[in-house]
Design a protein around this ligand. Structure first.
Ligand SMILES: Nc1ncnc2c1ncn2[C@@H]1O[C@H](COP(=O)(O)OP(=O)(O)OP(=O)(O)O)[C@@H](O)[C@H]1O
Ligand SMILES: [Mg+2]
Length: 468
């Protein structure tokens, strides 16, 4: 798509000749004659480049430049200042406030075309660099060899090709929902526009509303100046609504309107603002249950989950455990300057058996913890955290700890200890069975003859009460 350029100049002749020149070169051009109009436009629309006259009827072009940079942070379009007064000082000042370049009027057509072309190329490079950096720091690589995850990824690729469809991502905590949301964005044609993420659980209801929609000055007591909402900042890009199940009811209604009409209003405003964004939401809750309980709107639910992506928990894709371990070893080797090469077969077996309730995040944190604490090339069982070790014990073995008065260095009486433990087991089973020996024998998985013999041999308390 061709680049969008906004021209702000109070002289009609200049606006017209620039429009003619730039449209002729294949750009899409819009114009404004004063700061007030320009502000409206830059807030609503996404431009790649803005040409600003330094002297405008309702203020200085530098004022507008500052406004553009304040409201869009590092996503601001490139701005070129135009000055008819040849004042290098003002031009230099403009550069300080973030202008990309300046040109002196009157200018020659080929000069303008060249500067515009270079500026647009720079803008494109800046965006590419920003994307590379953000995709690296967000680790947007999704590591997996499991067929179930391959199905998820193929959905992601298909969904990314469609620009608008809403996606609901579900999965337990730590399965990679945010990673998948980012992948959808960065694989889509919206990739060079913002990915804006908001966590509906961590922000209280009314604050969440003003974060999303923004507000006008004076909309409420603390609204000292206009603030752009995330919906506006995301324009052209993707809005990621994390933990959507926690959004409160009144906001759900407002969000539904945004989804249905692609329009919204800042708090305290009567003017509709068009929005072009894809909505991706995520939750680890049962939305169907919340709907039954009247906590989540059914109509919103269907709007959000046009496409439904379910990420399986790590324990249901155990093939991924090994490759993720390798991936995180590499990652933390680099980050922590360590040199873990492998994991022992015994440790691997334990990690394969573990339940991973916190999924990939738990695995990643575990690797990080081990690598911070240990200087080893091979990770073995002794490096694994207690919860992994204890989870691997099967249900018929116990983590028995001998009382302090026993000390292996002094020698212990094996037979006496075994006897005392056997006695304890039978007494406990008898309590549960209410003293009934037939039932006690069943509970202990032994026949009644053996039980009677053990009771006598061990001198079990209450064992003489005969009920058969
Ligand atoms: N397949 C994967 N490959 C590489 N890293 C992964 C993968 N899945 C998850 N991760 C990493 O695990 C961590 C948790 O992932 P993410 O934040 O996307 O999970 P989530 O499902 O959004 O969790 P929560 O529900 O708790 O918000 C992140 O550091 C992410 O980079
Ligand atoms: Mg998350």
């Amino acid at each position: 798509m061709s680049s969008r350029i906004l021209i702000i100049d109070d002289e009609k002749l200049i606006r017209e000749s620039l429009t003619h020149l730039l449209t002729g070169a294949g750009y899409r051009v819009e114009v404004a004659g004063q700061i007030a109009d320009a502000r409206e436009l830059v807030v609503k629309e996404n431009y790649d480049l803005i040409l600003i006259d330094l002297r405008l009827p309702d203020g200085s072009g530098i004022e507008l430049l500052r406004f553009i940079h304040e409201q869009a942070d590092d996503h601001a379009p490139l701005c070129i200042m135009m000055t008819a007064y040849g004042s290098v000082d003002t031009a230099v000042e403009a550069m300080k406030y973030g202008a990309y370049d300046y040109i002196n009027k009157p200018f020659k057509s080929h000069e303008i075309l060249l500067i515009v072309k270079l500026a647009l190329e720079t803008g494109k490079l800046k965006r590419e660099v920003r994307d590379i950096i953000s995709s690296q720091s967000q680790e947007s690589d999704i590591i997996s060899v499991d067929p179930a995850m391959e199905r998820v990824m193929s959905m992601v690729r298909k969904v990314a090709r469609n620009r608008d469809v809403s996606v609901l991502i579900r999965g337990e905590s730590g399965t990679g929902k945010e990673l998948v949301a980012r992948a959808i964005h960065y694989l889509s044609e919206r990739a060079d526009k913002p990915f804006v993420s908001i966590n509906c659980a961590s922000i209280p209801g009314n604050l969440l509303e003003s974060e999303l929609f923004g507000y006008e000055r004076g909309a409420f007591t603390d609204a000292k100046s206009r603030k752009l909402g995330l919906l506006e900042k995301a324009n052209g890009g993707t809005v990621f609504l994390d933990e959507i199940g926690d959004m409160d009811a009144s906001l759900q209604a407002k969000l539904l309107r945004v989804l249905e009409e692609s329009k919204f209003r800042r708090l305290g405003s009567v003017e509709d603002i068009e929005i072009d964004a894809r909505f991706v939401s995520a939750t680890n809750q049962q939305l169907e249950k919340l709907i039954e309980e009247g906590k989540f709107r059914e109509d919103l639910y269907y709007r959000l989950k046009v496409i439904n992506i379910v990420i399986p928990p790590l324990r249901e894709r155990r093939q991924d455990i090994e490759i993720l371990l390798k991936y995180f070893f590499d990652h933390f080797n680099r980050k922590l300057k360590k040199s873990v090469r492998e994991i022992s077969p015994g440790a691997m077996e334990l990690l394969q058996k573990y339940q991973w309730r916190g999924n990939v995040r738990e695995l990643k944190n575990m690797v990080e913890r081990i690598m911070i604490l240990e200087d080893t090339e091979v990770i073995t069982e002794e490096h694994l955290p207690l919860e992994v070790l204890s989870a691997s014990r099967d249900k018929n073995s116990f983590g028995l700890v001998l009382p302090r008065e026993y000390d292996f260095r002094q020698g212990v009486d094996f037979n006496e200890l075994v006897k005392s433990f056997s006695r304890y087991l039978i007494e406990e089973a008898m309590k549960v069975a209410g003293g009934n020996k037939a039932k006690t024998a069943r509970l202990l998985n032994m026949d009644r003859g053996t039980l009677r013999y053990q009771i006598k041999k061990l001198g079990v308390a209450g064992g003489d009460l005969d009920d058969d």
